[in-house]
Design a protein around this ligand. Sequence first.
Ligand code: R5P
Length: 293
Amino acid sequence: MALVVAGEGSGRLATGIAKALGAPLFGLEFKTFPDGEDYARLLGDVRGQEVVLVQTTFPPARLWRLFLALDACREAGATAVRAVVPYLAYARQDRVFQPGEALSVRVVAETLSRLAAQVVSVDVHKDEIRRFFRTPFTSVSASAPVAAELGRLGVQIVLAPDAGARVRAEAIAKQVGAQHDHLEKKRISSEVVEVVPKNLDVRGKRVAIVDDIISTGATMAKALEQLRRNGAREVYAVGVHGLFLGDAVAKLTAAGAREIFATDTVETSHSRVSVAEPITEALRASVPAVPRP
Ligand code: R5P
């Protein structure tokens, strides 16, 4: 039977996954030496067992602690270690946008591939990053738990903030039994460009805007303001990964969000929806991990 290890910042999610798997749960001790170097120690016996290590990588400094934690599991005699990295840092640097840039997500993927027998993440920014992994990689969808919550709220329209996020909005809307659309720029006059829903009229409707990441909140705030201007009755601001940097929450509230929430891929006071269930399903469906020599 697998053991679940809760890494830094993912205690609640790891507990949910352990419960769903019916598996024991251990923690890790982390500390930082005076010179800034990190230290990780496993608080439990994993010898001869398969381990599922759950650790987010926001803030991105946690990436290094994740690497140490994976090595601690291996060193302690785990037969195989699966890494659940619900929020994958650096996923947005998925190509070289300007000559001379690092392809950051490739560095992350290659390092994780050396340390883990499988990597499970959630709604990665672009699915194509799987090509950088040399170990089985799954990006689980948070659509089902997000849809369940939007259904409970009686949402009638699920909107993507841009065309790139439309597929997610469509999948969620289908599960809610709602309509879906995406926002696009529309030139009103030579001076005025508005961001409006491409097809649907939101007047008097209960609308949710769903994005993969809420970081500074700027993208979401702009969409909220526009929908309020277009006469939406209630607008919910939903991110799969809620980083909520700086004054993001205040910005979204000021822009008219009725409620603001995210999943527990990054654990905050806004993590209203858990991705424990889809992650557990993915782990159960996985092929047996190949033990490392
Ligand atoms: C961008 O490609 C992402 O899908 C999000 O829209 C973006 O990361 C949100 O960032 P912010 O909250 O800073 O506008």
